[in-house]
Design a protein around this ligand. Structure first.
Ligand SMILES: NC(=O)c1ccc[n+]([C@@H]2O[C@H](COP(=O)([O-])OP(=O)(O)OC[C@H]3O[C@@H](n4cnc5c(N)ncnc54)[C@H](O)[C@@H]3O)[C@@H](O)[C@H]2O)c1
Length: 510
């Protein structure tokens, strides 16, 4: 085995990493670098205040090429490290993240506007991902297959090479980690492009990866918007694309992958159903609806924004729901008792409000909340929206059909199970869903019939790293998390070992 460039751990006493919101913001060969042929500059606005906190130059063709080449070089070095040692270093990344959790969480709040308590959970889940994949990778094997006449085959799992990853802005570090941890565990190198609105924590992750003794160049970051993403997708040395974002962009990424015949994983949007039967524990169901709609200002792909409630329990359900929603504090994301933070940008807030305005105009749809909440300076430039409940929603309304990606819960009534399942499935999406019932048979029956990649029974929006996550239908292709993710970041090689004579029939005559 080649000598590693850095011993593990580098210095166990000092593992503080830089969480400054200062550039340079690209990360190549284990250090912060500025792009050389920039594609303009993205102003990064802190959602909580509306102020510009960083100016990040976009990466052009030369920068993307340099990062991919560096990853290709480091891939050879990383490939010399066995799975157990790779796992040990990933466990080191988990520890560095945990040692710096509060600082990273505060950086994530500045980038996203989400409340600090949620950011702590998100960053903790990043450590979980490195710990899970670091722990399981040594047990991730190919297989031996016995054949006729003593011959046999070895089915090997091999890394793909350089992975190109592209992320969304709602869970910036978690989205990055869910791709990078399994990819590195499986022996690949990585070039990641964060969303242009939330560039900060992907670079911080580079610091943690370096600190844990993973060779420089195995993980790289190029900043930029769509054009940088396109360049990464089309780079001839990128062996797989892993994308999180909207359906239209996912189609573009898949098209780029198809052009070069490379595998693609897509984590896309959703419009998930949450079905509450009359025998459900009412309080649990209401809590599920809160968790399934109002975390991260509603900017969550798997949210259960279509809440189907049996008509016999609609009134008590709605009363309890509104009681809880009215108590949710909209405020400074850094205050410990804030429940609802700032929407990511003004333009996104206006889009969310436009759906609510349209719902207000519809006959019978009574809307609670859904207004801009103005906070005093320095938060007066932030776009804070009160959580919204559309009470008498109908399936044909735009707020029920389309992904809003904001805190808008649509309440729909149903009368029987057959109807609920049919209406829950009447969507182009299939990311997630939930059923609330005390009847174990009904719970499993409905879970089996919902066309979605994840179905929760009596809970919502939980994603332990050990469980695969991803979508049916237009919500995506492939899976993140679980051992499944290691398969998606590996390719299979079959080695056939002949133990007898070569069988060639009439081709050979003695
Ligand atoms: N399924 C999941 O796990 C999951 C998680 C989070 C968000 N999402 C989805 O993401 C969407 C919101 O995120 P968004 O607004 O950032 O999505 P988006 O599609 O606008 O952007 C996503 C990323 O793609 C990049 N991009 C844009 N054009 C590109 C191109 N031509 N080639 C390559 N990359 C390109 C962007 O710069 C960004 O980094 C929602 O639909 C949400 O449901 C899904």
């Amino acid at each position: 085995m080649k000598a590693m460039r850095r011993a593990f751990p580098r210095d166990p006493r000092s593992r503080r990493i830089s969480t400054a919101a200062t550039g340079p913001f690209n990360w190549v060969r284990g250090e912060r670098v500025a792009p050389s042929d920039g594609l303009g500059v993205e102003a990064v606005v802190e959602p909580g205040t509306g102020r510009v906190i960083a100016e990040v130059p976009g990466s052009g063709a030369r920068d993307v090429d340099a990062a991919v080449r560096e990853a290709a070089r480091a891939f050879e070095e990383w490939g010399e490290v066995g799975p157990r040692e790779r796992g040990r270093r990933l466990l080191g990344v988990a520890r560095v993240i945990e040692e710096n959790l509060e600082d990273i969480a505060r950086l994530e709040v500045r980038d996203t506007g989400k409340p600090i308590w949620e950011a702590r959970v998100d960053v903790g889940s990043c450590a979980d991902a490195f710990r899970f994949f670091g722990g399981v990778v040594a047990g991730f094997h190919g297989r031996h297959v016995q054949l006729e006449g003593g011959s046999f085959a070895v089915v090997r799992k091999e890394p793909l090479g350089v992975i190109g990853g592209i992320g969304a802005w709602n869970f910036p570090m978690q989205t990055c980690t869910w791709k990078v941890a399994p990819a590195l565990a499986a022996g690949n190198a990585f070039v990641y492009k964060p969303a242009q609105w939330t560039p900060l924590t992907a670079v911080t992750l580079g610091e943690a990866i370096r600190e844990a003794g993973i060779p420089d160049g195995v993980y790289n970051v190029v900043q930029g918007a769509g054009e940088t993403g396109r360049l990464l997708c089309e780079h001839p040395q990128v062996a797989k694309l892993s994308f999180t974002g909207s359906v239209p962009t996912g189609v573009r990424v898949m098209t780029a992958g198809a052009g070069r015949v490379v595998p693609v994983t897509l984590e896309l949007g959703g419009k998930s159903p949450l079905v509450v039967f009359p025998d459900a524990d009412l309080e649990s169901a209401v809590k599920g609806a809160l968790v399934g709609n109002f975390l991260s200002q509603g900017e969550v792909c798997s949210n259960g924004t279509r809440v189907f409630v049996h008509s016999s329990i609609k009134k008590p359900f709605l009363d309890m729901l509104l009681g809880a929603v009215r108590k949710m504090k909209v405020g400074d994301p850094f205050e410990e008792d804030t429940v609802v933070g700032a929407t990511i940008t003004e333009s996104h807030a206006r889009k969310v409000l436009s759906y609510i305005e349209e719902a207000r105009g519809e006959r019978g749809a009574v809307v609670h909340g859904g207004e801009r909440v103005r906070l005093p300076p320095p938060h007066d430039g932030g776009w804070y929206l009160s959580p919204c409940v559309v009470e008498n929603a109908r399936d044909e309304m735009r707020c029920v059909r389309e992904e809003i990606f904001g805190s808008v819960l649509s309440l729909l009534e149903f009368d029987d199970e057959e109807e609920a399942v049919a209406r829950a499935n009447a969507t182009e999406f299939g990311l997630a869903g939930a059923v609330f019932t005390r009847d174990i048979r009904r719970g499993h029956r409905v879970a089996a019939r919902l066309k979605a990649g994840t179905v929760w029974i009596n809970t919502f929006n939980l994603y332990p790293t050990e469980l695969p996550f991803g979508g049916f239908k237009r919500s995506g292709v492939g899976r993140e998390n679980g051992v499944d993710a290691l398969h998606h970041f590996s390719q299979t090689k079959t080695v056939y070992v002949e133990m007898g004579e070569v069988q060639c029939g009439p081709l050979w005559k003695d």
